[in-house]
Design a protein around this ligand. Structure first.
Ligand SMILES: Cc1ncc(COP(=O)(O)O)c(C=O)c1O
Length: 395
């Protein structure tokens, strides 16, 4: 393992290990959430853009961008996890076989009535809570959502507007807010639907991560037999990154992609854990400040930590201006490339790719060349419209 420091980024470079259990992220597994999501009236596949002009200009094979801004009208991918997890919890509660059931079963009058008595609770930086609020409304349930201090009011309001939740901003950081939501679930008999795992709380986050696999299945279908050589995945707790990484390592077989886990410098808990090199996940404590609100998490998700630790080739901690670069590059694309509306937590991987492609030294370090097939996910749209306008100059 080697660590490098550059102007705007720090990079850990290592040889991925083999032998990690990836059975939770197979192509077969990914078919289950996709089948459920397809049964939702508002489902449609999000676009996978090929940035041909950027690839041509920078001399690489292909740059692909999965654009999650239109997902379910929520401006972020997160609703995939919350909705699938809620489906699995409710199937269990009502004795439905999840492998045969779909959303239409929840339109039955008796089930709908019983759903009205169920309350879900969660902590969120924004997008997960919005997904939970939306999914709760869809299933006819209630939801309570708690957010860390410093959350912008627009994100809180967006959660309430998205569905049936009431949302509150607490006085604490993200990790402490998660503990608060867990304590309320225990006290009130509510169901905790949290998108990160810890010892003793594994099933719910596992279903949320499974829900994210719809995203991976869609990408694989849209790539039409092509395999990515490089995947850049942004991480908060790492649930999304770990799930998608596990899926593509499985899917690509003996041609595994080089995966980079990308975090904000201030809250780089996965980077710090990799650097510690003792195999364990470590937390970033205190009150980290970053404009990448969705990535501002202090503790890696225990379920996916082994995947991130063993399968990733690079870990990258980025200054906030890297995501600003990404947001502007998406908003002002090269040549005939499509414009993508991408928020602070959505654009950091594209910003990093821009930084890498324009430096010979970094291209070499990341082993990027003429045949590289680079995949990034723009995980959110302008979830903070004011911030988006300030950074890109666009509405
Ligand atoms: C837009 C966006 N991208 C990425 C992430 C990271 O997901 P995870 O916390 O699973 O690492 C989040 C998390 O909230 C997010 O909101």
């Amino acid at each position: 393992m080697k660590e490098y420091h550059f102007d705007r980024i720090s990079v850990i470079c290592r040889e991925p290990a083999s032998g990690t259990d990836l059975s939770a992220y197979t192509v077969k597994k990914a078919g289950e959430p996709l089948r459920f999501h397809r049964s939702l009236p508002c489902y449609s596949e999000t676009p996978l853009h090929s940035m041909k002009s950027l690839a041509e200009e920078t001399g690489v094979g292909t740059v692909l961008v999965k654009d999650e801004s239109p997902r379910f009208g929520l401006k972020a991918f997160k609703g995939l996890g919350g909705s699938y997890c809620m489906f699995r919890i409710l199937c269990e509660r009502f004795g439905l076989d999840y492998a045969a059931a779909d959303y239409s079963d929840f339109l039955r009058e008796d089930i709908r009535k019983a759903c009205g008595g169920i309350t879900f609770v969660t902590a969120t930086d924004g997008n997960h809570g919005k997904g939970v609020s939306w999914a709760a409304k869809m299933f006819g349930c209630k939801a309570r959502v708690f957010m860390p201090k410093g959350t912008v009011e627009a994100r809180r309001r967006a959660i309430e507007e998205a569905g049936s939740a009431t949302a509150e901003i607490t006085e604490w950081n993200y990790d402490r807010t998660v503990r608060y939501a867990a304590s309320l679930a225990e006290k009130n008999g509510w169901i905790l639907i949290q998108d990160t795992a810890w010892d003793g709380y594994e099933q719910v986050p596992a279903w949320i991560i499974e829900g994210y696999l719809t995203l991976a299945e869609e990408i694989a279908g849209q790539m039409n037999g092509m395999f990515p050589t490089h995947i850049f995945l942004q991480a908060g707790v790492g649930s999304m990154a770990g799930g998608i990484e596990g899926y593509f390592i499985n899917r690509c077989g003996d041609r595994p992609p080089l995966v980079t886990v990308v975090e904000p410098e201030a809250a780089a808990c996965i980077y710090r854990s990799a650097l510690a090199g003792d195999g364990r996940a470590h937390s970033v404590t205190g009150d980290p400040v970053t404009i990448m609100a969705g990535l501002n998490c202090g503790t890696p998700c225990s379920t996916v930590w082994p995947v991130l630790r063993d399968c990733s080739a690079y870990f990258c901690a980025c200054r906030d201006d890297v995501t600003e670069t990404g947001m502007r590059a998406y908003a002002n694309p090269a040549g005939t490339d499509p414009a993508v509306v991408s928020g602070e937590s959505g654009a950091v991987t594209y910003g990093l790719v821009q930084v890498i492609l324009r430096s010979e030294e970094l291209r070499k370090l990341f082993r990027i060349g003429r045949d590289s097939v680079i995949l990034v996910i723009s995980t959110e749209g302008d979830t903070d419209p004011e911030g988006y306008k300030r950074i890109t100059g666009k509405k």
